[in-house]
Design a protein around this ligand. Sequence first.
Ligand code: ATP
Ligand code: MG
Length: 420
Amino acid sequence: MKIQAINGFKDILPENVLLWQHIEKKAREVFQRFGLREIRIPILEKTELFVRSIGEATDVVEKEMYTFPEAGLTMRPEATAGIMRAFIEHGLHVQQPIQRLYAIGPMFRHERPQKGRQRQFHQLDTEIIGSVDPQIDAELISMGQMLLDELGITTSLEINSIGCSQCRPPYRQKLVSFLESRHDDLCEDCKRRTYTNPLRVLDCKKSTCREIAKDAPSLLEEVCDNCKGHFNQVQASLDRMGITYTLNRFMVRGLDYYTQTTFEFLTDDLGAQSAVGAGGRYDGLIEQLGGPALPGIGFAMGMERLALLLEQQNNRPHMDSEMDLFLAALGPQSMDYCETLVHKLRKKGIRAAMDYSGRSLKAQMKQANRFKASFTLIIGDNELLEQTGIIRNMSTQEQQPIGLDTNTDQLSNVLAEIVR
Ligand code: ATP
Ligand code: MG
């Protein structure tokens, strides 16, 4: 019996890894432009970290976590909690009042696998910690937008404010009363959510619940003056930068730690999955985890969804050749000669390959093509005797003679010049 990968856990094969590397490279480049530094945090953390930050009554904590109950450990379902734990543990705020961080890596959630939804998936995660300034919110959003733009991915941006610890509790009360008045029409999940996490009813996907949500009191209208002012300034900043967005008063986000600004980058091109990235402010989170009372804001983008969109929106980047030079050796002496040559070229940083099985020239040229080699050097034992090989430019098909020296020193220099 063949052993196969488990459901929701996927291999990323070499052709696709190129696409992933392209996304990661672009992300690092853009994040660094905004002063973010990379942080690498563990995959396994104490379960309590996620329960205390994400919230007990959220889908993630209630039903999506991969937990080892006896050990009290959980595989991270997202990165923010771990980054905040590390931030507090190492007192990063002492070093620098505003910390700008990013992390890239796998996350784990036990949900039903479908296109763009896996159990092991990967996120690009960004955080700016230490400032309540609304311009920081806009700056972070602009960074997400810039990354998507530069990848050539088209999305729409929706924003909302979900208030703070001052204005959300009274709103929540109002919302619960409203939901109770429509209790019988809610789906089973939302009947329960009315008491555990009423805000989530607002973004339930069921059409009946959506109809009810339309009549619900709007949080955007009920937030306090401070939150309103903050949100207005975020919008003013986005306007100044020419970033287009729409207000979505039903967007509440799935994690409890969010306050004030929340946002999502959305697409219609991924079937049931609409969010490519999402984030928001989390002003009470660090304190709640036993750290200093510092605010923060961040977002996460799903790598699988970015990769799918790049392919689907026909923006698969052109991949460079994977090999600078292929050495086609035809005959036992030339094989030994090429072995030395390939070794010297690699030491010079040239990507070089050869075949040791003494196959025909035709077969070896095929192999050079499979490698997407930029050049091929053809050497048979006769050429070796006459000290002249043939170098072929694989894209123009041009061929030229090239002198062969006995100890390959000079030739390796000449070849390095040609293929660089
Ligand atoms: P969704 O509504 O699609 O479940 P979410 O609100 O749970 O998303 P977040 O926790 O905000 O997602 O994570 C940010 C991003 O991570 C999402 O926008 C998405 O691109 C990606 N993501 C989340 N869960 C998955 C998953 N199971 N598989 C692939 N990507 C995911
Ligand atoms: Mg989810």
